[in-house]
Write a protein that binds this ligand. Structure first.
Ligand SMILES: NC(=O)c1ccc[n+]([C@@H]2O[C@H](COP(=O)([O-])OP(=O)(O)OC[C@H]3O[C@@H](n4cnc5c(N)ncnc54)[C@H](OP(=O)(O)O)[C@@H]3O)[C@@H](O)[C@H]2O)c1
Length: 471
């Protein structure tokens, strides 16, 4: 019997442990290593139930138990830890061996690391993994990019470990270079937007309609059987039903309203700006998290402003339906922005991404999994610039927009901030406006900076002396 391991995983925190168990339960032999040995020991003692997992205590031992070509997956904190492990592994590996970075690395770091590996004759994959702890154990969505030859070495392992949906495993080779991590980054940007849209709807329900957490829980449970059915809607319902054991209050009411972030949403916005792709819904979600973090200042200002949370509106099935349609619209807008960004990046960075396949691998195991992804697959097959404008969605989006206007108007009247819900409308209204006030912007630019402008009635480039010449 071959006792060499099929794959090795470095990093025995939440993701590494669960992925190792998942892969081992599919019948592959897995070597594991962690910088702090105690963590490996604890894993072996508390979680192993006869799975073919081989704990190792040094990188040398780890490498020595791997079958050749060696396949090594890093599941460590993104950033320096990845570089440090790669440097330490280089002298221990041979040409043809494969390193996979399965963490949330920035795609440009992945491009650099791929070249570092290539210089040594090694293969490299930068791989997004979505689904958190549960997904890692039961089947995540896996987004690998980099050397195709490298993917061939692990396709069987990754595809069997991934979530399975009706049209295949939620893992597929996405493209060269940093494309896997690029796709994961955009995935996280969409995730930020969907989370914030849900949070804003929750805020309206509790503050404007005065509903209790348990009433809101029932609404999200009901919606999880509708067109907004998704992992994030599902977990929101579950979260709202959890009681704090000590106070017996809904736990969510006791959580400090100051959001943290690791940066993947911010990267999505930054890269979208660099590539000239408008992503206002995602951007507003990133800004909402930043603004929430200034808790003390907000509390102070709310006192100066004399803000009160008087609830006034009566909740009925019409309001519930309008809120669901508003959430639907924001979800579609978030996906539209994300896929637009992927489309542009695919051309600019020569990733040659298959967007339909990306929608497919997000359908299972993934934080973004949502019923609407099947429609998004169909919409993308039409090759539209924007998903919301594909025939699959146009009618429904037009209809939802009417409801979203009512909801945003109500939120504004009650001074309840809904940055993502309002950005959704601005995004759709801007894209569907033949005329925008950019004519005035061009005139202002030309006034103060002689930047010139184009006219609608004749070709050419023009400059006007808008008032008497300055000295
Ligand atoms: N948690 C999630 O839901 C999730 C979902 C998708 C993707 N990811 C990504 O997957 C990766 C792993 O995530 P995680 O949550 O399991 O773990 P994590 O908290 O991001 O990282 C902890 C792991 O990294 C190691 N590490 C940290 N700094 C190190 C350094 N300087 N040198 C060597 N090792 C170092 C730790 O080793 P020690 O034990 O020795 O400290 C530990 O194994 C991350 O990139 C994360 O962003 C996480």
């Amino acid at each position: 019997m071959n006792t060499m391991c099929d794959i090795g995983i470095i990093g025995m925190a939440v993701m590494g442990q669960n992925l190792a168990l998942n892969i081992a339960r599919k019948g592959f032999r897995v070597a594991v290593f962690n910088r702090t040995q105690e963590r490996t020991r604890e894993f072996v003692n508390t979680r192993l139930q006869g799975e073919p997992i081989v704990p190792t205590h040094s990188l040398e031992e780890f490498v020595s138990v791997l079958g050749k070509p060696r396949r090594i997956m890093l599941m460590v904190k993104a950033g320096q830890a990845v570089d440090e492990f790669m440097e330490a592994l280089f002298p221990l590996l041979e040409p043809g061996d494969l390193i996979i970075d399965g963490g949330n690395s920035f795609f440009q770091d992945t491009e650099r690391r791929l070249q570092e590996a290539e210089k040594r004759g090694l293969l490299f994959l930068g791989t997004g993994v979505s689904g958190g702890e549960y997904g890692a154990l039961h089947g995540p969505s896996i987004m690998p990019g980099g050397h195709r030859e490298g993917y061939e070495l692990v396709s069987e392992i990754l595809e069997r470990a991934a979530a399975q949906v009706e049209d295949g495993p939620c893992c597929s080779y996405l493209g060269p270079g940093g494309s896997g991590h690029f796709v994961k980054m955009v995935h996280n940007g969409i995730e930020y937007a969907m989370m914030e849209a849900i949070a804003e709807i929750y805020d309206i329900l509790r503050k404007i309609y005065g509903l209790s957490s348990s009433a809101i829980q029932s609404i999200f449970e009901e919606w999880n059987e509708s067109d907004v059915a998704s992992y994030l809607v599902e977990i929101t319902g579950k979260i709202l039903g959890v009681e704090d054991p000590e106070t017996k209050k809904p736990l969510v009411d006791l959580i400090l309203d100051a959001a943290e972030q690791k940066g993947t949403g911010k990267w999505t916005s930054q890269v979208a700006f660099d590539l000239g792709v408008p992503t206002p819904v995602i951007n507003q979600a990133v800004i909402a998290r930043s603004l929430s973090s200034f808790k003390e200042k907000r509390v102070l200002l709310s006192q100066i402003w004399g803000r009160k949370n008087d609830t006034a509106l009566c909740f009925d099935s019409k309001a519930k339906d309008a809120l669901r349609q508003t959430l639907f619209l924001s979800m579609v807008a978030a996906f539209s922005e994300g896929f637009h960004l992927l489309q542009v990046a695919s051309e600019e960075l020569q990733y040659n991404l298959n967007l339909v396949d990306i929608a497919r691998i997000w359908k299972g195991g993934c934080i973004l999994r949502a019923r609407m992804l099947s429609s998004i697959q169909k919409a993308l097959a039409e090759n539209p610039l924007l998903i919301f404008a594909a025939s699959e969605f146009t009618q429904k989006v037009k209809e939802s927009t009417k409801y979203a206007r009512q909801i945003v108007k109500t939120a504004l009247e009650f001074a309840t901030p809904v940055p993502v819900l309002s950005a959704t409308l601005a995004y759709i209204d801007s894209w569907t406006s033949a005329s925008l006030p950019a004519n005035l912007l061009q005139a202002q630019r030309d006034f103060f900076g002689a930047h010139t402008y184009k006219r609608i009635d004749r070709p050419g480039t023009f400059h006007t002396v808008w008032e008497g010449e300055t000295e």
